[in-house]
Design a protein around this ligand. Structure first.
Ligand code: SAH
Length: 362
């Protein structure tokens, strides 16, 4: 069942269509009510039950007495010089998370958080240093999207449309699989959800293999953060993830998992100077990816305060990329987005409290 709030009310934003059907039935309402209510939330973006104007006043009052829409609130907006925007978002219990909006030529991608802090301990990642504060519920996950959409609608005359979702913000999505799954279901539901194509949704994991299929079943993209070319490297860089599964075991799982038609895995590889960025690393990586339908995203390390890791120079990065390309592996170099607001991969989690930018006036 979806979360019930402190006032013992059902959180409609965390409720899937199937759960809504049961809820509606248990209150003796006609079945069509489920879609009617969800459409208000996801397609018309209401934040108050009172605004659901095709429900009678009596029904609205009754619904408001047993349910609520727990939409998170944007408290600050930090604009990067490259167009990336970092949103600080407050949840109902006062916890703050970070969500990033990345505009690119023909797309606008929102990078969602799935946990407050993170349950893993990847050594190069700032969020990991927070530890896990708590898991986020489905409403808090999809609520980030809705809050940013509303912000854009209020801020721009011609508000840009959000086109893609990546779950690559704070946290490990597969360590919080049920809310992540429910949020995705509401994102892709055509009649009463956001109506996003599953192909436009990517879930990124540090590697919890027994949950891979749960994600693939939803027909969305799965990105796996490898970050190493040997088991030893991965053990040192991602100790908690590695305890679940070594690099070689992880790749074996990828070899055997049934992928949806014409899909491939995305592998992410954070390049760390003199740690995993040598030509030998590239050759080893290419060899171990043989036989797996995949593409590789190379992410030069984004600097984080106090870290002993550094970013490789450009020539090293190009050499690494060229070796993979020569081995017929589609390889993309991910540009750092929003580093000046600490909004890039692995930089989420520090200036949550001391940020000084505030919401622009509407
Ligand atoms: N826990 C998930 C999603 C969050 S991290 C995962 O591990 O995939 C999203 C991506 O950022 C991962 O590929 C991770 O390896 C990468 N990352 C983490 N810290 C980074 C840093 N400081 N610089 C560059 N990429 C980083």
């Amino acid at each position: 069942m979806p979360p019930v709030t402190s006032k013992n009310k059902l959180d409609l934003l965390s409720t899937t269509k199937a759960e809504m059907d049961i809820f509606i039935q248990s209150h003796g309402w006609k079945p069509y009510r489920a879609e009617q209510i969800l459409r208000w939330i996801y397609q018309r973006g209401v934040t108050q039950i009172d605004h659901m104007s095709d429900l009678s006043i009596h029904d609205r009052t009754y619904l408001a007495s047993i349910a609520t829409i727990n939409r998170p609130t944007i408290t600050s907006v930090l604009q990067s010089q490259d167009g990336t925007t970092k949103f600080l978002i407050q949840l109902h219990d006062g916890a703050t998370i970070e969500t990033i909006l990345i505009p690119e030529r023909d797309r606008r991608t929102v990078c969602l958080s799935t946990q407050i802090g993170c349950s893993l301990d990847c050594k190069f990642c700032l969020t990991a240093k927070l530890g896990l504060k708590r898991n986020m519920n489905a409403g808090e996950i999809i609520g980030q999207y809705l809050s940013i959409q509303s912000y854009l609608a209020k801020t721009y005359k011609k508000p840009p449309r959000l086109t893609n979702v990546v779950m690559m913000g704070m946290g490990e999505p597969l360590a919080n699989i049920d809310p992540v799954r429910n949020a995705i279901q509401n994102m892709i539901h055509g009649r009463c959800g956001l109506g996003l194509s599953p192909r436009r949704i990517t879930v990124s994991t540090a590697g919890i293999p027994n949950k891979f299929y749960d994600i693939l079943k939803l027909d969305v993209n799965l990105a796996i953060s490898l970050n190493a070319s040997t088991n030893e490297q991965r053990r040192a860089l991602m100790p908690a993830a590695n305890r679940l599964c070594s690099l070689s075991e992880l790749l074996d799982v990828c070899r055997t998992l049934p992928l949806p038609h014409r899909r491939r895995f995305t592998f992410e590889y954070v390049l760390l100077r003199r740690v995993n960025d040598s030509p030998e690393d590239a050759v080893r990586l290419a060899r171990s990816l043989r036989g797996i339908p995949c593409m590789v995203n190379l992410i030069p390390f984004n600097e984080i305060p106090g870290s002993s890791y550094a970013k490789p120079d450009e020539t090293t990065v190009r050499t690494f990329q060229n070796i993979l390309i020569q081995q017929n592996i589609d390889t993309y170099l991910r540009k750092s987005k929003g580093p000046d607001v600490l909004g890039a991969c692995g930089q989420l989690g520090t200036n949550t409290r001391e940020s000084s930018c505030s919401m622009p006036k509407n």
